[in-house]
Design a protein around this ligand. Structure first.
Ligand code: ATP
Ligand code: MG
Length: 388
């Protein structure tokens, strides 16, 4: 029996005149992601996308898994294809839903008739198909209020589709419709979650990672690559830019007061990330900061870091507790990697008593002790690019 995926659009349907552009981007994203799995035809009509496998050999489980992570999708389900003929619909429904009906005790049928030429109206389709299924599965009863399963029959342009229930999609809006932003990614729990959250709002991601070998290891960098791979299941392609940060960190250590090490390091991160962002057509920075989480994430500290750059800085986790962040990181499957114990450049030369209320003028005075123009330029000139 021929099976497809039926995909329903999310917030896009609210987009009015821009809707076509949103739909086109979503289709492009779906096609690109599915092309890594096999051959599928992806079509849209009346806010519903059909994903049809080219041959019986395509892996529908993998396709479903892939669809479940694409932003802009409200819900999705597997469905079987029938001819637009009530007898074929009944036969296919009984056959296709057999396994489901063996497990449940009640159901109801809903019908969507977008092809108005179909000779049966929706209530008649429900009655016909519901009656037939009751006959075929006498132990399963109709319950229109609290059914175990809602069977939906959709009569569309090319065929009729039968499905049992639907799963919640990834939500959000399609990646690429919101422009591009540059996420500062560490190996921790927070920044992969922040990346996911902003991709969910339609941003295409470029990622900047600061590495300080030999204080940070090759393995620490590989960990970040693996984290981005997981994020990319949602965000699609990510360009990762690794910045050699050792010399700047050593300069901070050699010239600045210890209590300011972290805050000055973070200012350089913002400054360099901003330049790389501009080079890559990104209009904002993203970080995984959460207010008050550590000394460098107090309000005063963020005032100091923000003043080092001139782009909007998105901090989607700003009002979240660690536990809430962890919950998302488990959901997107980054948690297990994030907790692997590899050092980050943030943990190199950490002050014993960082300033929690740094004053920008003091910080800048300390930072000015470093002759940094060449060091910053050198870091930017020697970045390494990895496409995820
Ligand atoms: P995370 O779990 O994301 O590492 P954290 O709680 O460890 O966050 P910090 O280490 O203070 O917090 O970092 C705050 C933010 O700074 C991170 O969320 C990330 O956006 C950025 N950041 C930290 N280290 C790096 C790095 N090595 N390269 C790029 N960005 C970084
Ligand atoms: Mg960190």
């Amino acid at each position: 029996m021929k099976e497809i995926l039926l995909v329903k659009l999310g917030e896009i349907v609210l987009k009015g005149l821009n809707r076509k552009a949103f739909e086109d981007t979503l289709l492009k994203n779906i096609r690109r992601r599915l092309s890594q799995i096999g051959k599928f035809t992806v079509r849209i009509s009346q806010s519903t996308i059909t994903v049809t496998p080219f041959t019986d050999d395509e892996d529908m489980d993998e396709a479903e898994e892939c669809i479940s992570k694409i932003f802009g999708i409200a819900s999705y389900s597997r469905a079987c294809v029938a001819e637009k003929d009530i007898e074929d619909i009944k036969q296919k429904a009984a056959e296709y839903l057999k396994d489901v009906f063996d497990e449940i005790s009640s159901f109801k049928v809903e019908a969507k008739r977008s092809d108005k030429k179909f000779p049966y109206q929706s209530p008649e389709i429900c009655r016909e198909v519901g009656g037939w299924l009751s006959e075929q599965f006498p132990e399963v009863t109709v319950d229109v209020h609290y059914p175990d399963v809602v069977v939906t029959v959709e009569i569309r342009d090319y065929a009729a589709y039968i499905r049992a229930g639907a799963k919640k999609g990834a939500g959000g809006i399609p990646v690429g419709t919101g422009g591009k932003a540059c996420v500062l990614i560490s190996g921790g729990i927070d920044s992969p979650v922040a990346s996911y959250m902003m991709a969910k709002r339609g941003l295409e991601l470029t990622a900047v990672h600061f590495a300080s070998p030999p204080y940070t290891s090759e393995r620490a960098e590989e960990k970040v690559v693996e984290l981005l791979r997981r994020v990319a299941k949602y965000s699609g392609r990510i360009k990762m830019i690794t910045v050699p940060f050792t010399k700047l960190q050593e300069a901070i250590r050699d010239h600045c007061r210890e209590e300011y090490f972290t805050i000055i390091m973070r200012r350089y991160m913002m400054q360099i990330a901003e330049q790389l962002a501009r080079q890559n057509d990104c209009q904002a920075l993203i970080t995984g900061e959460s207010l008050g989480q550590v000394a460098s994430q107090t309000l005063s500290a963020m005032v100091c870091t923000d003043s080092a750059c001139h782009m909007p800085v998105f901090r989607p986790l700003i009002g979240m507790d660690k536990e809430e962040i962890v919950e998302i990181s488990r959901k997107i499957d980054t948690f297990d990697i994030s907790i692997q114990p590899y050092e980050d450049c943030c943990t190199v030369f950490t002050p014993k008593h960082p300033r929690t209320r740094p004053v920008p003028d003091d910080v800048i005075a300390q930072q000015n002790k470093i002759d940094d123009t060449q060091l910053v330029q050198e870091a930017i000139n020697n970045v390494k690019i990895t496409i995820i």
